[in-house]
Design a protein. Structure first.
Length: 652
C-alpha cells in the first residue's frame, strides 16, 4: 500500500500539479519532497531530468495497468464508480480509491429529547434553542406551563405502556418539586401524574430509570431541575458511552487534488497506445480552452479536465492592512480621485482615457491603462504586439468591496517591488466604474439610468425579461452606452489574454459564505478559479491557523443548517476548509460571456465584502486586504499559466 500511495503522490504532482496534505505513507516514500509545492516545482519542465521523469511515469503507468486502467476516470458520484480497483476523480477535484476504513456510527441509542413535540405536533424547542425542553419553565400540578428559574420541562415524548425510560445528566432536585405527566394520544388527556421521587430509581452510573405502567399512555412530559445539552433521555435503550465502529469498504479520498497540467497530452498518448475509441480521442484533441464550437451560441461546455492549466506561481500576501471603506469613499468622485492620484504618482505607468458619458448624461466612464513601455521577454512579444493584455472592470453594480479591492490591487501592482513581474509582463486595461449611475443615490445599486442591468445587456445568450424588474437586461443586447463602451474595448483588444470582472458578494447570499466566488465564462477559467480558491485558502489557513479553522467550521455549520442555501453551497461546506468556489456561468447576457465571443478567456471573480472567517465586519480593512490579495494572485496565476506554455490559453 505504501508503494501505491507513493505512486499516487507522483501522479498527483507530475500529472496534476496538485496541492494537498501528505500521508505517513507518502512521507515514507524514499526521496519524497518535504511538501507538495516543492514537488510541483521538481516536476516542472526544468525540475527533473528526462530520465527521472520517465522513471516516475513508468511507475505510474505500471500502477494504473495493475488497476486495469490507462487513465484516471472522472465521475459525478459513487454510483458511477464501476470498478473498485480503479482510481476516480470526483467533482471536488480529489482523487478517490476504494479501501477499507473504520466507520464511526456513534452511540447505539436515540436521544428521545430530539423526538419531542409541542401540543400541535411540531418539534419542541426552548426560547434559547434548547432541543426537546425549555429552560426556565416548569409544569405545575395542574399541568400548566409556568416560568420558573432553575427548572426545565420537556415537550411531549412518544412512549407506550410498558416502556422503560432512562435519563442521564439531569438535576432532579428542585425547590418546587418535579413531575412526570402521562398523556393519551390527543396530548391533552392526562392519564397519570407522578412526583419524580415516586417513580425514579436510584441512579446507576448516573442514569435514572422508571417504567410506564398506565394503559392508553402515548406521551410523557417531565418537569424537573436543570437540564442542558448533555442531558440524554432514552426509551427502551441503554445509555452507554461506547460508540459503534465498523470496518467497511468505501470510496475515500487519497488526500490529493486533481489540477491538470500536462495531463491531457499524456492521456492522449496513453489512449492512442491502448487503441481506445477514436471518437473519444478526437473529442479530447478538439477541446480548446474549455469550449468547443457547436451550440446555438457557439459555445459548448465540456468537462473541466479537458481544459488544463499550469500554475506554480507562489502566493503573495500583503504586509500591511488596507484601510476600511468609509462613507466618504462611497462616491463616484472619490473612486476616480484615488485612481487619478495613483496616475499622478506613476505617470510613466498609468494613463487615462475618457470614454464618454454614462446613461444619466452626467457622470463619465474612464479607462485607465497600466502599462510599461517595453515588453519584458520575447514570449510576451509572441502573444501580442506588446504585452499580454488583461481587461479588468469593476463597479458594474454598486459593490464597494469589489471596487476598492481592485483599486488596492492596482495600487500594489503600481508600487510594490514584489509585483514587478506583473508590471513588466502585463498590460492592464481597467474600467474602475463601468456603470457609474449604479453608485448614485437614485439607483437601485444594479441598473443604469434607463432601468437596465448592464450585467445582463450583452449579446451572448441575451434574454429579454420583464421591464422594470431588478435584473431587466434591456429590450435588445448592447442597447446601453455602458455595455457598448465595454464591447468596443473587447473588439479593439481581441488579442487580450484575459478579462476579469470584479464584483463583491454579501455574507448572507444563498450561495453560502465563500469569500471568493469565481463565475467563469469557460471551463479553462473555471479551473483557474478552482486553483485561485485553493491557493488563497491554504495561504490564509497558514497565516491565521486555529482561528481560521474555527471560523470556517462555524460558518460551514451555519450554511448546512440554513434551508435557503443552494445545494452547491452546502456541498462546499461539507468538511472543506476552502473559502470559495468556482463554476461555469449560465447567467444570460453577462460581460464575461460577451468576452468569450471575441476569443478572450473571461471570469467574474467576487471577493466578499466581509472576511467572515475572522472579523465579520463589512468593508473592513481585513476584507479589503484579502480582496486585493485575491485579485493580485489571480493576476499572478493568470500570468504564470500564460508564461509557462506556448499559447496555453487556447482561444475559446
Amino acid at each position: 500500500m505504501k508503494k501505491i500511495l507513493a505512486i499516487l503522490c507522483a501522479m498527483a504532482v507530475l500529472l496534476c500539479g496538485c496541492g494537498g496534505s501528505k500521508t505517513e505513507a507518502d512521507s515514507a516514500a524514499e526521496g519524497y519532497p518535504e511538501n507538495l509545492d516543492e514537488a510541483y516545482l521538481q516536476a516542472s519542465e526544468d525540475g527533473l531530468s528526462e530520465g527521472e521523469r520517465a522513471e516516475l511515469f513508468s511507475l505510474l503507468e505500471e500502477e494504473l495497468l495493475k488497476r486495469g486502467q490507462v487513465k484516471l476516470e472522472f465521475v459525478n458520484d459513487e454510483s458511477e464508480c464501476t470498478d473498485p480497483n480503479k482510481l476516480y476523480v470526483f467533482p471536488d477535484n480529489m482523487i478517490y480509491e476504494y479501501k477499507k476504513v473504520l466507520v464511526n456510527h456513534g452511540v447505539p441509542y436515540t436521544n428521545a429529547l430530539t423526538l419531542t413535540v409541542d401540543q400541535a405536533g411540531e418539534p419542541f424547542t426552548g426560547e434559547n434553542g434548547e432541543v426537546g425542553y425549555k429552560a426556565g419553565h416548569r409544569l405545575t400540578s395542574q399541568n400548566l406551563e409556568k416560568e420558573e428559574d432553575g427548572m426545565c420541562c420537556t415537550g411531549f415524548i412518544p412512549v407506550s405502556n410498558g416502556d422503560v425510560i432512562r435519563i442521564r445528566n439531569v438535576n432532579i432536585n428542585s425547590p418546587v418539586g418535579g413531575y412526570v405527566f402521562l398523556y393519551e394520544q390527543d396530548r391533552e388527556t392526562v392519564t397519570k401524574r407522578y412526583y419524580l421521587e415516586e417513580v425514579l430509581t436510584d441512579p446507576a452510573d448516573g442514569v435514572y430509570t422508571f417504567a410506564v405502567s398506565v394503559e392508553e399512555t402515548a406521551y410523557i412530559r417531565i418537569s424537573t431541575g436543570m437540564m442542558d445539552e448533555t442531558t440524554v433521555l432514552t426509551v427502551n435503550e441503554e445509555i452507554t458511552d461506547e460508540e459503534i465502529v465498523t470496518e467497511e469498504f468505501r470510496w475515500v479520498s487519497t488526500g490529493h487534488s486533481f489540477v491538470t497540467s500536462d495531463y491531457e497530452e499524456r492521456i492522449l498518448a496513453l489512449e492512442e497506445q491502448a487503441k481506445e475509441n477514436a471518437e473519444d480521442i478526437s473529442g479530447l484533441k478538439g477541446a480548446v480552452g474549455g469550449t468547443s464550437a457547436g451550440d446555438a451560441e457557439g459555445l459548448a461546455w465540456i468537462r473541466n479536465w479537458d481544459a488544463p492549466i499550469y500554475d506554480n506561481a507562489p502566493v503573495v500576501l500583503l504586509d500591511e492592512e488596507k484601510p476600511a471603506v468609509t462613507q466618504a469613499d462611497k462616491s463616484i468622485d472619490a473612486v476616480y480621485a484615488k485612481y487619478d492620484a495613483l496616475m499622478a504618482a506613476h505617470p510613466d505607468f498609468i494613463t487615462r482615457t475618457d470614454l464618454g458619458l454614462c446613461s444619466d448624461g452626467i457622470n463619465r466612464v474612464y479607462r485607465y491603462d497600466f502599462r510599461e513601455s517595453e515588453p519584458h521577454h520575447q514570449r510576451a512579444m509572441e502573444w501580442s504586439e506588446t504585452k499580454a493584455k488583461i481587461i479588468v472592470v469593476s463597479g458594474i453594480h454598486e459593490e464597494w468591496g469589489g471596487i476598492y479591492s481592485l483599486y488596492h490591487a492596482m495600487e500594489e501592482i503600481a508600487s510594490n517591488p514584489e509585483l514587478s513581474e506583473l508590471r513588466r509582463n502585463l498590460h492592464f486595461i481597467v474600467l474602475p466604474l463601468s456603470n457609474p449611475y449604479a453608485l448614485t443615490e437614485e439607483s437601485d445599486d444594479v441598473r443604469n439610468a434607463n432601468g437596465v442591468e448592464i450585467h445582463r445587456n450583452f449579446e451572448v445568450a441575451h434574454a429579454v425579461t420583464e421591464a422594470g424588474t431588478r435584473h431587466y437586461g434591456g429590450e435588445k443586447p448592447l442597447s446601453e452606452v455602458e455595455s457598448q463602451y465595454l464591447d468596443r474595448i473587447f473588439a479593439e483588444n481581441a488579442d487580450a489574454a484575459y478579462f476579469l470582472s470584479c464584483h463583491s458578494n454579501q455574507h448572507d447570499t444563498v450561495w453560502g459564505t465563500g469569500f471568493i466566488w469565481a463565475s467563469a465564462g469557460t471551463k479553462y477559467m473555471c479551473n483557474m478559479g478552482f486553483r485561485l480558491v485553493d491557493k488563497m485558502s491554504r495561504a490564509w489557513h497558514q497565516k491565521y491557523g486555529a482561528e481560521f479553522e474555527e471560523g470556517v467550521a462555524r460558518e460551514n455549520a451555519a450554511v448546512l443548517a440554513d434551508p435557503e442555501k443552494f445545494p452547491e453551497a452546502k456541498a462546499l461546506a461539507e468538511g472543506d476548509f476552502r473559502v470559495g468556489f468556482a463554476h461555469v456561468s449560465s447567467t444570460p447576457g453577462t460581460e464575461t460571456r460577451q468576452a468569450t465571443k471575441y476569443g478572450i478567456q473571461a471570469v467574474n471573480v467576487e471577493a466578499c465584502d466581509t472576511f467572515w472567517v475572522l472579523d465579520g465586519m463589512p468593508l473592513s480593512g481585513k476584507a479589503m486586504t484579502h480582496g486585493a490579495e485575491t485579485y493580485i494572485n489571480f493576476f499572478l496565476t493568470a500570468m504564470n499559466c500564460y508564461d509557462h506554455q506556448d499559447k496555453i490559453l487556447y482561444k475559446p
